[in-house]
Unconditional design. Structure first.
Length: 163
């Protein structure tokens, strides 16, 4: 019974934190060296933030699927911000990897994990959906084949396309 209570409190706390968190504007360089802020890249209605690393196999499987979702919903005011979490020792691998995967969206570098820490991201990949008020309204950790359908359902729900 006590174990159940601990699990219940943990789950309630996790859900509450994810849905009440407001994103703060941040500045990060992209893989080409240009600096962007969250305000520069956010979507009009919804922003997808995907945290990933070059060594994370599930991340690499998710990235092309997320880019497809972003393209599908970009006319609905949805934008994808891809944030790489590689450290100083492996950051040189990121640009060639992005090119090899055919990723076209802007990829930001969070080398010191400042944005990750600010948003309580502790696992890769982690995907956040941010509404137009800057609130985190959905959090998804990890990736297995088919998760993009769950994410798309959340996007549609947030955009008001489904109830």
């Amino acid at each position: 019974m006590i174990r159940f209570l601990y699990v219940a409190v943990f789950l309630i706390g996790t859900c509450t934190t994810g849905h009440s968190q407001k994103i703060r504007d941040f500045l990060l360089d992209d893989i080409a060296g240009q600096t962007y802020s969250f305000a520069d890249l956010k979507g009009e209605h919804l922003t997808i933030i995907d945290f990933w690393a070059s060594w994370c196999k599930p991340c690499l499987k998710a990235m092309p699927k997320l880019e497809i979702l972003q393209k599908k919903y970009e006319d609905n005011g949805v934008n994808l911000i891809s944030i790489n979490a590689d450290g100083p020792r492996s950051i040189a691998k990121v640009a060639p990897l992005v090119r090899s995967l055919g990723i076209k969206n802007i990829v930001l570098k969070d080398i010191n994990n400042e944005v990750m820490n600010d948003l309580n991201v502790f696992q890769l990949p982690t995907l956040l959906l941010i509404d137009n008020k800057g609130q985190v309204v959905f959090r998804h950790e990890g990736y297995t084949e088919g998760d993009e359908k769950v994410i798309e359902m959340q996007i549609m729900k947030i955009l008001g396309e489904i109830e």
